[in-house]
Write a protein that binds this ligand. Structure first.
Ligand code: C2E
Ligand code: MG
Ligand code: MG
Length: 631
């Protein structure tokens, strides 16, 4: 009997089946499709062996039974190929409707092919010694024809949808098909060489080793699922519109007490094992070194959260010497997100924005947080598009000099319109740009626009002495800022005396040395500085002493409380005397009425800025304003 080849194939497949089912598995769609292909191939090759046994024992068995076994083998021969189409489709069709449509069409081919195999006649060849055993005739042809149709479909799908299938996956699938077709052709011309089943098994081996080894989804260090696996899994959840509860552990601090490298590793492993062992938990290690836990059941998630938080209060490792204190972020239901894949956005937003996270170490995500997150994303898009489409504008608000009785400066204020032409308040997008790293680029664009404006319209001819340009704290802490700004001024041939940069107290809170270096470098070059927003925040007079500024700008809130609150008068008077005692000038912002303006002037404030004179104006309107008012 010539079934050694089939037996080898069966052993090979059982071996992979064992490994596949023993390994930690994420149950991705492709994995499930692969598993079905593996089982179909195993069934087919087993039927192949059984059919040979039946033929060889033909004299002891009823002829109809032998034929039925042979035909069943032929029917199962097309199963793995059908499963392969299904396997490829999981990659191509993410939408369930499309996916089902293709599968139903393919199933229809099987529904025609399989009855034909059973209805058409089959002939059996068996030499006396049982060494040459094979079947032939119309039924066999029907099986090969059905399989060939599937192969053609497979091949066409692979070529037509090559953009959505990973290259390695395409290559492995094509290899599998070529091996199968090669074996089928040999078997067709040399009926006695029963190679097809074994060739299928080899193909499965290649798929397993190259694509479907569950080990490939695991992070080598921790044995948890890795970031790529998480991305794929979330994509699958999103396609299936399935919801989960998500618990995120962000590790910022560790505390080791007399611990060695070894005890830390032991503690780490203990921790990972504990996390993975919490019932219902699917644990992933994300690229930012966070651990992300997914739960299909919310009650289980909340129970898990309790178990984990309690456990993390104790130490890990031998003698409990290693303490890890993660920040916990809990999203009760991923349905709160527009798409479950937005969980990465959520992680970033939570890390950047939540004071609660820092204060309590725990944050439960609610609707408001999610709304704010999407709003920030919208604004980020807005800035991104505005930069790309050159939709960033600079408006100018005139500043009145009480000594010269005319407008001697102006503040440059950025304006962005959204796609519908609506203005977006700078306070919103400046904050977003500072957080996502776009502020540096945005700041440079604004500064270039101011320089271009000065160069092209020469506002000095109307009595303007300088323009104040806001600098964000992020820009101040950027070491190459001074060089970049000097290069821009040189490119446009702008005199540095025409530029005054506004910084805020928050700039000085960060890396003070960088801020001071930038300021001193720019001051040496000829630029001057203002301290903006005085009267908000801490308004620590030390900042004025420390920072080489020549102007202090009283915030609108401060001037307003001066008009409304008796005590505030004394605070402002005192601040004013101190500031002017240091030979610095003062700008009062947010002056809206003639009366306020007169009071400020009488107080001795040097400059006045506010709607009383003008709102911020676009370039031409601003030029017309100072031309008219300074004439
Ligand atoms: P800021 O630098 O303190 O600018 C003054 C803000 O007060 C401006 O708001 C201005 O339009 C507003 N304002 C002026 N006079 C009055 C008034 O009489 N009444 C009222 N209600 N408001 C008045 P805006 O343009 O919305 O800017 C808000 C903040 O956004 C600015 O505060 C500044 O911190 C930031 N910002 C604006 N443009 C830029 C920029 O180009 N770069 C940077 N880094 N920040 C900017
Ligand atoms: Mg300002
Ligand atoms: Mg201000």
């Amino acid at each position: 009997m010539n079934i050694q080849v089939q037996c080898c194939g069966i052993v090979l497949l059982l071996f992979f089946l064992y490994f596949y089912s023993r390994q930690k598995n994420l149950h991705l769609n492709t994995g499930t499709a692969f598993f079905r292909t593996l089982i179909a191939t195993l069934v087919s090759i087993t039927m192949d062996a059984l059919s040979i046994i039946a033929i060889c024992n033909g004299e002891k068995l009823p002829p109809l039974f032998v034929k039925l076994v042979c035909k069943t083998y032929l029917a199962t021969l097309i199963l793995p190929v059908f499963c392969a189409v299904y396997y490829i489709c999981t990659d191509i069709y993410t939408r369930r409707v499309e996916y089902r449509r293709v599968l139903y069409c393919n199933a229809a081919i099987g529904l025609v092919g399989i009855p034909l195999i059973y209805l058409l006649p089959i002939s059996i060849h068996c030499d006396m010694a049982g060494r040459e055993v094979y079947t032939y005739g119309p039924s066999v042809l029907a099986a090969y024809a059905s399989a060939s149709i599937y192969f053609v479909i497979n091949w066409v799908l692979l070529l037509r949808k090559k953009n959505v299938i990973r290259k390695s996956r395409r290559a492995s699938m094509q290899f599998w098909m070529l091996v199968w077709i090669g074996a089928a052709i040999i078997q067709f011309f040399h009926n006695e060489l029963l190679l097809v089943g074994y060739a299928s098994a080899i193909g499965i081996m290649v798929l397993y080793l190259k694509l479907e080894n569950p080990e490939m989804n695991l992070d080598k260090e921790t044995g948890l699922f890795h970031q790529m696996a998480l991305t794929r899994y979330l994509k699958q959840l999103s396609n299936r519109e399935k919801h989960v509860s998500i618990l995120l552990m962000v590790f910022e601090h560790s505390f080791y007490q007399n611990s060695s490298q070894e005890s830390e590793t032991v503690a780490e492993m203990e921790m990972i094992n504990f996390i993975s062992g919490v019932p219902g938990t699917m644990a992933f290690r994300s690229a930012g070194d966070e651990i992300l836990l997914l739960y299909e059941d919310r009650a289980e998630a909340e129970k898990g959260l309790g178990i984990l938080r309690r456990r993390f209060e104790c130490g890990w490792g031998k003698d409990g010497q290693v303490f890890r204190h993660p920040f916990w972020i809990y999203l009760p239901d991923s349905a709160m997100l527009q798409d479950v894949k937005d969980v990465f956005l959520l992680i970033r937003h939570a890390r950047q924005n939540s004071k609660e996270l820092v204060d309590n170490g725990f944050l439960q995500i609610g609707g408001e947080f999610i709304q704010e997150m999407y709003r920030t994303r919208e604004i980020e898009w807005l800035i991104f598009n505005a930069i790309g489409q050159d939709r960033i504008m600079v408006y100018y608000q005139p500043i009145y000099s009480t000594a010269e009785k005319r407008f001697t400066s102006a503040e440059a204020l950025v304006r962005i319109t959204d796609e519908s032409g609506r203005m977006v308040p700078p306070n919103d997008f400046i904050r977003a740009a500072e957080k996502n790293g776009m502020m540096l680029r945005l700041g440079e664009i604004i500064f270039e626009k101011v320089c271009r404006f000065i160069k092209e319209s020469n506002p000095a001819q109307y009595g303007l002495q300088y323009i104040e340009v806001n600098l964000s704290a992020v820009q101040c802490a950027y070491a190459p800022l001074a060089d970049t700004y000097i290069a821009i001024m040189e490119r446009y041939g702008i005199s540095p005396q025409f530029i005054n940069l506004e910084i805020t107290e928050t700039a000085a809170l960060g890396t003070k040395k960088v801020v001071l270096d930038n300021m001193n470098r720019l001051i040496d070059y000829g630029v001057s500085f203002s301290l903006d927003d005085f009267g908000t925040g801490q308004s620590n007079l030390n900042y004025i002493v420390d920072m080489p500024v020549s102007i202090v700008k009283f915030d609108r809130s401060m001037t307003n409380s001066y008009f409304e609150n008796g005590k505030a008068k004394y605070v402002m008077d005192a601040a004013m005397h101190m500031i002017q005692g240091m030979q610095l000038k003062i700008v009062s912002e947010g002056i809206e009425t003639r009366e306020q303006c007169e009071i400020m002037e009488a107080l001795g404030i040097n400059y006045i800025q506010g709607y009383h004179f003008s709102k911020p104006l676009e370039e031409q309107a601003f030029l017309a304003f100072i031309r008219g008012r300074n004439a």
